[in-house]
Design a protein around this ligand. Structure first.
Ligand code: NDP
Ligand SMILES: C[C@H](O)[C@@H]1OC(=O)[C@H](O)[C@@H]1O
Length: 266
């Protein structure tokens, strides 16, 4: 940032642009991941799209191409270290670099604690938590070498307050919030920013069935100060802020995008 001889800045508004940034988004085939991938392309980025379903990724890629940016479809099961490693290497070979990683992929099996099976525990843990750590390691190696990088992980309000949507999911989201802090601590010296976003409800395939239930929606609105469900662009904005130069001094934080829900008391 340019300073004059009086220590004053010639410009006080950093850029929110992501022009020519290379961004990896996991879970980019649907919902929040698709929205963030397209929104970051609108901000000027080229995006590598990871998920298991190729057709979904190709649809996201089509939106990005229509924005005049590059999209690279990489069908990847992010619970597999081998598939992660191959895809990360492919992105670096193709684009020459990675600037930002968005850990978005996740799933839930909504059940009461006494009903949770070992297999369900493992599936939720592997998909939401272990995958994010593994891909953060693989991309983090690259960020350390280039002495720059940003990681944005999609956690949840479920990682901070108690919800009725499942204890295992909540545990993974709480762990992601804490992983964000420790990675920010360890990797700050390499100029790597690590942050999370904690959404409340947004309309996606993951929540579609719930948000069709008027009574359930009323329960959500009763604990949401802004009294409405969020719209996906309202989640993309905070993600672009953290990814851009405007967020360069933010690290280790979780930005809750929740209509005020997290602070709801009585
Ligand atoms: N929607 C909401 O209200 C909220 C969502 N969140 C979080 O936001 C994130 C996205 O949620 P949302 O968009 O709603 O979910 P969706 O189910 O709509 O999308 C999930 C995405 O993750 C991908 N995915 C799932 N498992 C894997 C895997 N093993 N490997 C690679 N990709 C995978 C899916 O693609 P595929 O199946 O093809 O692999 C899909 O693209 C999740 O982490 C969720 O916990 C947090 C708070 C609220
Ligand atoms: C807000 C939560 O992250 C969200 O709510 C649901 O029902 C989904 O399964 C997620 O847990």
């Amino acid at each position: 940032m340019a300073e004059n001889n009086k220590g004053e800045f010639t410009l006080y508004l950093p850029s929110f642009s992501l022009k020519n940034k290379v961004i990896v988004v996991t879970g980019a085939g649907r919902g929040i991941g698709r929205a963030i991938a397209i929104g970051m392309a609108e901000a000027g980025a080229d995006v590598a799209l990871l998920a298991r379903t190729k057709e979904d990724l190709e649809e996201t890629a089509c939106h990005i191409h229509n924005k005049g940016r590059k999209a690279y479809v990489l069908p990847t099961d992010i619970t597999s270290r081998m598939e992660i490693t191959e895809s990360v290497e492919e992105v670096i070979k193709t684009f020459g670099k990675i600037d930002i990683l968005v850990n978005n992929a996740g799933m839930n099996i909504r059940s009461q604690a006494l009903e949770v099976t070992d297999d369900e525990w493992q599936k939720i843990m592997d998909t939401n938590l272990k995958s994010a750590f593994m891909i953060s390691q693989e991309v983090g190696k690259h960020f350390k070498e280039q002495e720059s990088g940003k990681i944005i992980t999609i956690a949840s309000v479920a990682g901070h307050v108690a919800l009725r949507t499942g204890v295992v999911y909540a545990a993974t989201k709480a762990a992601l919030i804490q992983m964000t802090k420790v990675l920010a601590l360890e990797w700050g010296k390499y100029n790597i920013n690590v942050n999370s976003i904690g959404p409340w409800y947004f309309r996606t395939p993951l929540t579609e069935s719930l948000l069709k239930d008027e009574e359930y929606v009323n329960d959500i609105l009763a604990v949401t100060p802004l009294k409405r469900i969020g719209e996906l662009p309202e989640l993309v904005g905070p993600a672009v802020f953290l990814a851009s130069d405007a967020g360069n001094y933010v690290s280790g934080q979780t930005l809750f995008v929740d209509g005020g829900m997290k602070i709801q008391g009585f």
